[in-house]
Design a protein around this ligand. Structure first.
Ligand SMILES: *Cc1c(COP(=O)(O)O)cnc(C)c1O
Length: 427
């Protein structure tokens, strides 16, 4: 099938600890995935915690002098957070909920950053309350309003100023954050915001994030521009007074079977070179790179329908379990774990059970033609997979297990879906 891995070596410094630059869907052990599906049912997320640790080790190897933080929103599960913490990464959190999860998973306050994007009052209240117990945590602020709102709450701790660098990168317009006015203070106004913040807070860093999906030359050039601009700004606002310059995440993973793996060392070299001489630690905050290839989604075929154009394989997972194809037109590799040598291939549309046209994982893709009951695996589902799951169509969210077989998140029940509803739900 087309998901077979090529035997050519992948780029990237690969230490024994860091493992290979990418783990392809074809490399997952089919027998093990069959066992897990039999034991826990489908749809089922399977997460390989060892692979999470390898990805962390590879990042630290490529950025030996940098502070590497994990963008928690890619996968917030406790076991993943613990694995990331044990691997020495910090936690970059997008909400009070993520800050709470990071602290609960044992990240010390000085390894926790809260990136507050239009923060709801409740989030600020909570984080300021937790800050009293964890005074070393850092709040990244992207608007002067947020500084005022923090001061009103008595916060005078560590602040990092998020800058809008005016450069975006990413695999889809919805993830190009660098140039979107929603994120960060405009580059030209950053020095005055930093000055203002210095009167009231301990300003420890500058931050920018260009978006999600640095892979090709073009994205790397955009990344280089962003980093260079951040280097300039760091020198302008006072070198030696900043602890770190955080240039964001967005390191890509190859979603297509024949996409090359990201050359992490080239990204690291470009980053260091573009930053130039600054008296502050470089920080990066990848999310998907840490978890994407550590997860697969297993789903079973329940309906097979030949049509003139394509064979529609109806499966028990849908956009409520893995939203990326419907939301970003994202490509995810799909492997039929029951395909035998020489199974017939043809255009296959893998479709979920939701009443939405967008609820397909692929349309007319060349795959081995599935039979009812076959088990399919969807690759690179570890990042923004479970996190974006919803209960639309009253669908309980799927279960998640580790590759070792531990239940990480139980399958949601229908009672769980309706429990907040008046007159509904309950056991
Ligand atoms: C989402 C996000 C990241 C991580 O993006 P990835 O593409 O998962 O690496 C990093 N920083 C910020 C501020 C983000 O919002």
């Amino acid at each position: 099938m087309s998901g077979e891995q090529s035997s050519a070596p992948e780029p990237g410094r690969t230490t024994a600890e860091g493992g290979p630059a990418i783990r392809r869907l074809a490399e997952w052990n089919a027998d093990r995935l069959h066992e897990l599906a039999a034991d826990h049912g489908t749809p089922l997320y399977v997460t390989d915690l060892d692979r999470v640790a390898e990805n962390c080790a590879r990042l630290r190897g490529a950025f030996p002098d940098a502070d590497v933080k994990y963008a928690v929103k890619a996968h917030t599960g406790r076991a993943v957070l613990e694995s990331v913490r044990e691997s020495g990464l910090g936690a970059e959190c997008a909400s009070a909920g993520e800050v709470r999860r990071a602290l609960d998973a044992g990240f010390p306050g000085d390894r926790v950053d809260y990136t507050a994007v239009n923060p709801p009052a409740r989030d600020l209240d909570s984080v300021v309350e937790w800050w009293e117990e964890h005074p070393e945590l850092t709040i990244t602020v992207g608007a002067r309003d947020t500084l005022d709102r923090l001061a009103e709450r008595g916060y005078d701790g560590r602040v990092c100023v998020r800058v809008n660098p005016g450069v975006g990168a990413g695999h889809h317009e919805k993830v190009r954050t660098g140039a979107a006015p929603k994120f960060g203070v405009p580059y030209d106004r950053a020095p005055e915001v930093v000055d203002d913040a210095r009167d009231r807070f301990d300003v420890v860093g500058l931050h920018a994030h260009a978006g999600s999906g640095i892979h090709g030359e073009e994205d790397l050039a955009a990344h280089r521009d962003l980093v260079a601009r951040m280097g300039e700004l760091a020198r302008e606002v006072g070198d030696g007074q900043l602890e770190f310059v955080d240039v964001g995440g967005g390191f890509s993973v190859p979603y297509c079977e024949d996409d090359p793996a990201l050359d992490l060392n080239a990204v690291a070299d470009t980053t260091r070179e573009a930053l130039g001489d600054v008296d502050a630690t470089l920080a990066v905050e990848p999310g998907r790179y840490v978890v994407a290839d550590a997860g697969v989604l297993l789903t079973r075929v329940n309906t097979v329908k030949p049509t003139p154009e394509t064979t529609v394989a109806g499966v028990d997972a849908g956009m409520t379990d893995l939203l990326r194809p419907a939301m970003y037109d994202a490509y995810h590799a799909i492997r039929n774990l029951d395909a035998s040598e020489g199974s017939a291939e043809g255009p296959v549309t893998v479709a979920g059970p939701i009443c939405e046209t967008g609820d397909t994982f692929c349309d007319g893709r060349d795959l081995s033609i599935p039979e009812r009951g076959d088990l399919l695996a969807v690759g690179n589902a570890g990042a923004y997979g479970y996190e974006m799951a919803s209960t639309y169509n009253s669908r309980p969210r799927p279960a998640e297990v580790s590759l070792a077989g531990d239940v990480l998140r139980e399958r949601e029940t229908l009672a769980g879906v309706t429990r907040l509803e008046r007159g509904g739900g309950g056991e």
